[in-house]
Design a protein around this ligand. Structure first.
Ligand code: ADP
Length: 717
């Protein structure tokens, strides 16, 4: 800013200097000519009266030469360009020339000296005349005036003093007084001339700036990609630039004077235009309004408008200035993006819906496969070979069930249906439970399992989901290990508030390249072709950990093993930590019922396979049950008989399980335990069942041990 100011000041001073030099040189030619005439006149008048004629001749020759040289200088200066005129040497030349001229005029008193007082007075008068006439040229520079006046007045004054004639002192005094007042007067002329120069330059500069501004505005108006349109309060167009011509297709001549609304607004947007107009009338500027317009050919375009009402000093609107930017392409792109986003969302929704309905549909046949094979394992008549076949079917069924569960988890996460319930979870409990679950697998694979079982560390997590993740990582560490290898489950405190759980194995390890893809769903990499798996466990684990505000990662070295880690917020010694140690683990079912089997159980189920299965499962557990093929029949049966427990499917014709439960409760039967058997494994299904009045819910496929635990829980209460 300061730089700019100094520069502007310097430029202004330069302009003043140039103007002064020009003024000095402009008067030179005339004053030289006038001086030459005076010099010649003096010469002719004094000839014959001076003491030495030669001296007068020398004086005339000298002064005429000086005047000639100065006139030539003045001409040379006048033909120069501005930049060359700025050269300070021209100014110096002028000052030297002025000084020499002053000296020459001063010399006149010496070289044209006469004994005659009248002649001396004549010389003095001529000198005074020259001095006065020099004002007009030198007034713009006080110093030039002084340079001229000093030799021009001092030399005659000196001569008068030395000469000591009768009137010398009187003439000297008059001369001195005159010079003194001349200097004063010239100073005043100099001041006012200076002021005039300044004012003129300032005015010139202002004019130039305005001119430049107008030029810029005109250029901008013509070259900007923005349509610049002005219209009066009757909406008649008064300004229409090139961009407006290009955007709307009307030439300037066609547009000027036309009504803007009729010209570029489609009929159906008149409401919008009316609203906009009202805002403008309220002196409100409209910025960035995207409005549909039409071109001369009638095709629709979208423009972004910036409209400002311009007012006079009484705040009356005199016209409206507006700028419009053609955003048709942008708008269509936006619409396309929105459409494709909607389509992508629809596709993703359809995918999630498909995954959940598939997992639901697969559960029903799986219920039969797993349920009946489980019943077969208790069949004593089967040969060893048959038992081994049954066990193969069962493990294949379990794998299928795992896949179905994982797909369901994936779909639930994508749909945002999975909400973790965060709490303080003791790592000890998780570690113990996971160890007891994976120990058989580790033994089977001859893998040693090293799990820390003595710590007060806790993390903030969803207990069930964290267990699911740790189990997945542990079972992977066992599955993808080498014969005789080892797996270690431990933790370390990373920062004060972060716990890192590590699952370290001595397996084959994973290459750098495969590590990049390890958390992608359905990516089983290449090492796992002969090991059972689904390829989505890690992907689900990652999403679950992130849902719990944690991080998951892995480091691995080929042939050395892998270290899978999870980081979660946590610490030590949390007194409020919830102890899940007593949560039921996988029940180790003994088929002998611990409660009296002399109980009346009603089963409501419409699917015939499931009917056979559940009745046989109950029978295997020592219970007898009656069957209703839908909710309606169940209600009828309950009119005739009191039951001790109701097991009901949820999706049944006529009256479904939810309605059945609601009706039973509405009739005042609040003691009957009602347990839902559903193929829906969504987390919200259980709450839906409870809301309908049921006591609990079991997800198909129904495992004998789980069924036994559930029955015992409600029949012994
Ligand atoms: P799954 O184990 O069902 O195939 P995951 O998503 O759990 O699916 O694992 C994806 C893939 O990552 C596995 O197929 C396996 O190739 C690789 N993998 C996972 N854990 C390990 C491990 N501890 N060591 C070596 N490879 C592993």
């Amino acid at each position: 800013m300061d730089m700019d100011n100094t520069q502007a000041k310097e430029q202004f001073n330069q302009q003043i200097r140039l103007e002064e030099t020009r003024l000095l040189y402009a008067g030179t030619a005339f004053s030289c000519a006038a001086s030459a005439i005076i010099a010649l006149t003096i010469y002719f008048i004094l000839t014959g009266h001076v003491i030495t004629e030669n001296n007068l001749g020398i004086w005339l020759f000298t002064i005429l030469s000086v005047l000639l040289i100065r006139s030539i200088d003045s001409y040379r200066f006048s033909v120069l360009n501005k930049q060359a005129q700025l050269d300070s040497r021209w100014r110096t030349r002028f000052f030297i020339g002025t000084g020499i001229t002053g000296f020459c005029w001063g010399l006149l008193a010496w070289l044209g000296y006469s004994n005659n007082v009248e002649h001396i007075a004549f010389i003095i008068i001529c000198e005074l005349f020259v001095i006065v006439s020099s004002f007009s040229t030198l007034s713009c520079r006080w110093d030039a005036m002084v340079i001229f006046l000093v030799p021009c007045s001092l030399l005659p004054a000196l001569k008068l003093i030395i000469d000591k004639q009768d009137f010398s002192y009187t003439i000297f005094l008059v001369f001195f007084v005159f010079i003194f007042f001349s200097l004063l007067a010239s100073k005043r002329i100099f001041n006012s001339t200076q002021q005039k120069i300044r004012l003129r330059i300032e005015a010139d500069n202002r004019e130039q700036a305005i001119e430049l501004m107008h030029q810029k505005q005109a250029l901008h108006l013509q070259n900007t990609p923005l349509a610049i349109i002005e219209f009066d309060i009757y909406l008649n167009i008064t300004e229409w630039n090139k961009a407006a011509e290009k955007i709307f297709g009307y030439t300037r001549d066609e547009a000027l004077g036309e009504n803007i609304i009729r010209l570029i607004l489609p009929r159906d947007s008149s409401d919008e235009a009316e609203k906009l107009w009202q805002r403008l009338l309220n002196h409100e500027a409209v910025t960035g309004a995207a409005i549909e317009n039409k071109t001369k050919s009638g095709s629709p375009i979208y423009c972004e408008w910036f409209v400002t009402p311009l007012t006079d000093n009484k705040n009356n609107i005199i016209c409206i200035a507006s700028m419009a930017l053609d955003i048709t392409d942008k708008k269509y792109n936006e619409l396309a993006i929105i459409k494709s986003k909607e389509e992508a969302e629809k596709a993703s929704q359809a995918k999630s819906d498909f995954l959940s309905s598939m997992s639901h549909e697969l559960r029903t046949p799986l219920n039969a496969i797993l349920g009946f094979t489980q019943l077969l394992t208790y069949e004593k008549m089967l040969t060893d070979k048959q038992q081994s076949h049954v066990s193969e079917i069962r493990s294949a069924g379990n794998l299928l069930l795992e896949l179905v569960n994982q797909i369901l988890d994936l779909a639930s996460i994508e749909k945002g249906h999975l909400q973790p319930s965060m709490e303080q979870v003791k790592l000890l409990n998780i570690f113990r439970e996971c160890r007891s679950i994976v120990s058989p697998l580790a033994n089977q694979n001859n893998i040693s399992l090293d799990v820390i079982t003595d710590t007060s560390a806790y993390v903030i997590a969803d207990y069930t989901r964290l267990k699911q993740v740790v189990l997945n990582l542990l079972s992977n560490a066992i599955k993808y290990n080498v014969e005789g290898g080892s797996v270690c489950l431990k933790f370390l405190q990373k920062e004060n508030t972060v716990m890192r759980i590590c699952i370290i194995d001595t397996g084959k390890g994973i290459s750098e390249e495969l590590l990049q893809k390890i958390f992608q769903p359905f990516n089983r990499l290449d090492a796992a072709c002969n090991i059972e798996g689904t390829g989505i466990g890690l992907s689900i684990s990652k999403q679950l950990v992130e849902m719990m505000n944690g991080k998951i990662g892995v480091t691995s070295k080929i042939n050395e093993g892998s270290n899978f880690w999870i980081e979660l917020p946590g610490g030590f010694d949390a007194s409020t930590t919830i102890d899940h140690q007593d949560k039921p683990g996988l029940p180790n079912a003994s088929l002998i019922p611990s409660v009296s089997s002399n109980l009346n159980i009603l089963v409501a189920e419409d699917n015939s396979t499931n009917q056979t299965l559940i009745l046989n499962q109950l029978k295997a557990l020592g219970y007898t049950a009656e069957l209703a093929i839908n909710g309606h029949q169940a209600l009828n049966r309950m009119l005739d008989k009191n039951y001790d427990l109701l097991l009901t499917d949820c999706n049944m014709p006529l009256v479904d399980g939810y309605r059945l439960a609601r009706t039973i409760r509405q009739k005042g039967n609040n003691n009957l335990p009602i347990i839902a058997l559903t193929a829906d494994a969504f987390p919200e299904t259980k709450s839906k069942c409870i809301k309908a009045g049921m006591n609990d819910q079991m997800t198909k496929p129904i495992d004998l041990a789980t069924l036994k635990n559930m029955l015992e829980k409600y029949l012994t209460e």
